[in-house]
Design a binder for this molecule. Structure first.
Ligand SMILES: NC(=O)c1ccc[n+]([C@@H]2O[C@H](COP(=O)([O-])OP(=O)(O)OC[C@H]3O[C@@H](n4cnc5c(N)ncnc54)[C@H](O)[C@@H]3O)[C@@H](O)[C@H]2O)c1
Length: 258
């Protein structure tokens, strides 16, 4: 319960990795705001946390909408107290081959995974600076460092997340706000399943074969679980990581070594 008395915001927390991060931070004692564009599912996650004894609320916030974020942050701070922890987890994956007209997917990817991170940090950081303690954790990806093709927008945005993390870390260190990135490998969520289905359709593969192949390639012998990322976030929020900032941690079962 090391995070008792702290308020944590987790974006994209209505499902998948974000929901597991929210659950882990609640287990660690934090009051948690489950933030997502999907209001209904975000409330389901928050209600489950409350029924487990945690302090939790949902907030329907689109991280790309500055006014919406500012307003939402106000209501979260009023209900849970000023945020000490921000986990920028909201993400989208869109296939973006270079020669296709994918400008809409490109804009969406940059908006959610770069602009969204900055806007959330701009609204949350003043609270952390006032408190003299804060943690910002940004979700990168293995694709912050490697590429498979057809993933121009995702790779670019997730590589940008690492630069953004370093820059925020350098700027906020004097306020005792640590900023780090976590780069998941293949984590079993809706997003990964959708990527698998798209590749199978494109390459005429059998249903489910892509995920099975992927799991077989991972040195630790399994796909990742959302809870594996929750554990890494918990570490970055704990006092055990208080001398670590500006870093990225790959959590991928050993398939890529940085
Ligand atoms: N699953 C993986 O294998 C994997 C690997 C590497 C990185 N990641 C990253 O981890 C994060 C979570 O991934 P996931 O697999 O749980 O994805 P997911 O698609 O299951 O969940 C993403 C969540 O983000 C929300 N979201 C999207 N746009 C939003 C916006 N504008 N404002 C607020 N919320 C928004 C969605 O509604 C959804 O609930 C993402 O940043 C993703 O890129 C995932």
């Amino acid at each position: 319960m090391g995070l008792q008395g702290k308020a944590a915001l987790v974006t994209g927390a209505a499902q998948g990795i974000g929901a597991a991060i929210a659950a882990r931070l609640a287990q660690d004692g934090a009051a948690v705001a489950v933030i997502d564009i999907n209001a209904e599912k975000a409330e389901e996650v928050a209600a489950a946390l409350r029924s487990g004894g945690a302090r939790a609320m949902s907030a329907a916030i689109d991280v790309t909408d500055r006014e919406n974020v500012a307003e939402g942050m106000g209501s979260v701070a009023a209900e849970l107290g000023p945020p000490h922890i921000l986990v920028n987890n909201a993400g989208v994956y869109r296939s973006t081959p270079l020669l296709d007209d994918s400008s809409e997917s490109w804009d969406l990817s940059m908006d959610v995974m770069l602009k969204g991170v900055v806007v959330m940090a701009q609204e949350a950081a003043p609270h952390m600076i006032r408190a003299g303690w804060g943690r910002i954790i940004n979700l990168g990806s293995m694709m912050s460092s490697v590429a498979y093709g057809d993933d121009l927008a995702y790779c670019t945005a997730k590589s940008g997340v690492l630069g953004l993390t370093r820059s925020l870390a350098a700027e906020l260190a004097k306020h005792n706000v640590c900023v780090n990135a976590i780069c998941p490998g293949s984590i079993l969520t809706t997003m990964l399943e959708q990527v698998g289905q798209a590749v199978e359709k494109r390459d005429g593969l059998e249903t489910g074969s892509w995920l099975q192949k992927r799991a077989g390639e991972i040195p630790l012998g399994r796909l990742g679980l959302p809870e594996d990322i929750g554990s890494a976030v918990s570490f970055f929020c704990s006092e055990d990581s208080s001398y670590i900032t500006g870093q990225s941690l790959h959590v991928n079962g050993g398939i890529y070594q940085s």
